[in-house]
Design a protein around this ligand. Structure first.
Ligand SMILES: Cc1cc2nc3c(=O)[nH]c(=O)nc-3n(C[C@H](O)[C@H](O)[C@H](O)COP(=O)(O)OP(=O)(O)OC[C@H]3O[C@@H](n4cnc5c(N)ncnc54)[C@H](O)[C@@H]3O)c2cc1C
Ligand code: FES
Ligand code: FES
Length: 484
């Protein structure tokens, strides 16, 4: 019988892969499958039942925990949904469940929720406490607005949210004086967190990194927010290749007029990046339309591209920015324009032994204008029916360069090349825009599905293109209600 060497190797690594992290105040080491969920480990292996299991698809937030990552000599904490977190991604991290923030008495977050009757059946409450605690732990000031924003991924079926809002108002008052340079120190000193948090940074240093392990094969896994929904069983039974452990896939750099984003950079890292805020300030607002706080803390840019969803939000923005991918194989690297990466529905130009290393695009000159629009049934936690991004550079009164990308209107995310060609050299007038949307219709091929009929999606894209121009050229168009 022929024995497949790589199969044997994969089984050995599968069996020997040890994942070490700090869970609350305890160092834990597990040989559970690297692709199994953190939620199951917490509830069934560690029997910590405070973290609830609801939808298991990242939608309800009942399973929210904190993930602390060593950064700049300290630990940065973010909220994540443990149901979609592959165990491999917590190696070397600090995971905090509701049991781990108990101080022996109610913390100000817990007290505010109790005092305002913001907990009724209580199923959502541990997740809500963890999301609010993540907002407290942020390296910026914690405000009422940031506390409310932290809850974008938490659903409560009982309270009607008003009492939770009142609790957030109270928390905002008691956290006004927080030292944003040392949130952990301040929160411990003021009874918001137990004292053991102060020892975590040092204890995480003791965990051996797994960066040098064989990363040449396995099911390529980044944040897991797609894979753990689509292929949960396969994940827990396969050898997985945890891409976030590869240092070269992290970080955002600006070099020679280009912005280079590591493949494993998360949506939240993009939002907080000083480079992105400086060179593409618009992006921060648009990022909030992707998933929820917890999902953005996990979801990576390359995952959004490589899953080849026709409606990936980041993908559509990057298409309009004219992005290129650096793809790394066993022996060589190659550069592929993002618009050529998608071959057919859910099919990409990526071989099994290749992965995306980074995504890069030219930094927009200050005069360039950029906009993103998305229509979905809910503002948060919903993928788009149709989305679109537009980059325009004016040449005097006329359009010099224009890139419009759209999702949900063809089997792959689409660059509307013919539409943009028509726009070049034109003035921005109502007539031009109405001619433009007529050309757009010839370029798309939407299908009817659960997100809407083909006619509806065509109409949506028409409106989104008009919305780009209304937003970027205020007062320039004179469209009557009948024309819109
Ligand atoms: C509740 C919820 C809400 C969501 N909302 C949105 C939304 O509003 N907008 C949106 O666009 N998406 C949304 N998503 C989808 C998903 O979160 C994103 O597409 C995300 O960017 C996927 O990234 P990931 O790192 O989690 O990918 P993973 O699940 O880890 O991987 C996805 C795919 O990409 C491949 N992959 C990952 N990295 C690489 C790499 N470097 N090289 C090659 N292949 C790679 C994997 O093999 C896999 O096939 C949502 C998901 C959930 C669960
Ligand atoms: S169980 Fe609903 S988000 Fe995890
Ligand atoms: S208190 Fe019941 S779901 Fe929130």
């Amino acid at each position: 019988m022929m024995v497949n060497q790589s199969y044997i190797k994969s089984r050995l690594i599968y069996l020997c892969y040890m994942i070490t992290f700090i869970l609350n105040n305890e160092m834990v080491c597990t040989a559970n499958p690297a692709g199994s969920s953190l939620l199951d480990f917490i509830r069934f292996d560690m029997e910590l039942k405070g973290t609830k299991s609801g939808c298991r698809e990242g939608d309800c937030g009942a399973c929210t925990v904190l993930m602390g990552t060593p950064e700049n000599g300290g630990v940065t904490y973010r909220s994540i949904v443990s149901c979609l977190t592959p165990l491999a991604n917590v190696h070397g991290k600090h995971i905090v469940t509701i049991e781990g923030i108990n101080t022996g008495f109610l913390t100000p977050v817990q007290k505010a929720l109790v005092d305002n009757s913001a907990t009724q059946c209580g199923f959502c409450t541990p997740g809500i406490v963890m999301s609010l605690s993540a907002a407290e732990l942020s390296m910026t000031q914690t405000t009422f607005e940031s506390l409310i924003a932290s809850l974008s991924g938490n659903i409560c079926r009982c309270t009607g949210y008003k009492s939770i809002e009142r609790a957030a108002e109270e928390i905002a008052l008691v956290i006004k004086e927080k030292d944003a340079d040392d949130p952990v120190g301040w929160l411990v000193a003021n009874g918001h967190l137990p004292g053991y948090f102060l020892s975590i940074a040092g204890r995480l240093e003791e965990i051996e990194k797994n960066e040098d392990e064989d990363k040449s094969f396995g099911l390529k896994t980044a944040g897991g927010t797609d894979l753990m929904v689509q292929k949960a069983d396969e994940m827990s039974e396969s050898v997985i290749l945890p891409l976030q452990a590869l240092r070269e896939l992290n970080g955002i750099t600006i070099m020679e007029g280009r912005c280079i984003i590591g493949a494993s950079v998360t949506m939240s890292e993009i939002s907080h990046s000083p480079e992105i805020r400086k060179y593409l300030p618009e992006l921060n607002g648009f990022m909030k339309l992707i998933g929820s706080e917890q999902v953005r803390n996990m979801a990576t840019v390359a995952g959004n591209i490589a899953n080849a969803s026709p409606i990936g939000d980041m993908t559509v923005m990057l298409l309009a920015l004219g992005a290129e991918l650096t793809i790394k194989g066993e022996e060589r690297e190659r550069i592929v324009p993002l618009k050529e990466f998608f071959i057919a529905y859910k099919k990409t130009d990526l071989a099994d032994n290749e992965h995306i290393r980074n995504i890069s695009f030219d930094i927009m000159p200050e005069s360039a204008l950029f906009n993103f629009e998305k229509v979905s049934r809910r503002t948060h936690l919903d993928i788009a029916s149709v989305n679109s991004a537009m980059l325009v550079r004016m040449d005097g009164q006329r359009i010099g360069e224009c890139h419009i990308a759209a999702g949900g209107v063809s089997p792959v995310p689409l660059c509307l090349d013919r539409t943009c060609e028509f726009l070049r050299g034109k003035e921005v007038t109502s007539e031009t825009i109405l001619q433009t949307v007529a050309i757009m219709k010839e370029e798309i091929s939407p299908i009817s599905d659960v997100r809407g009929s083909a006619e509806y999606k065509t109409l949506l894209l028409r409106q989104l293109i008009i919305a780009h121009f209304l937003k970027l050229f205020p007062g320039r168009l004179n469209l009557s209600p009948e024309m819109i």
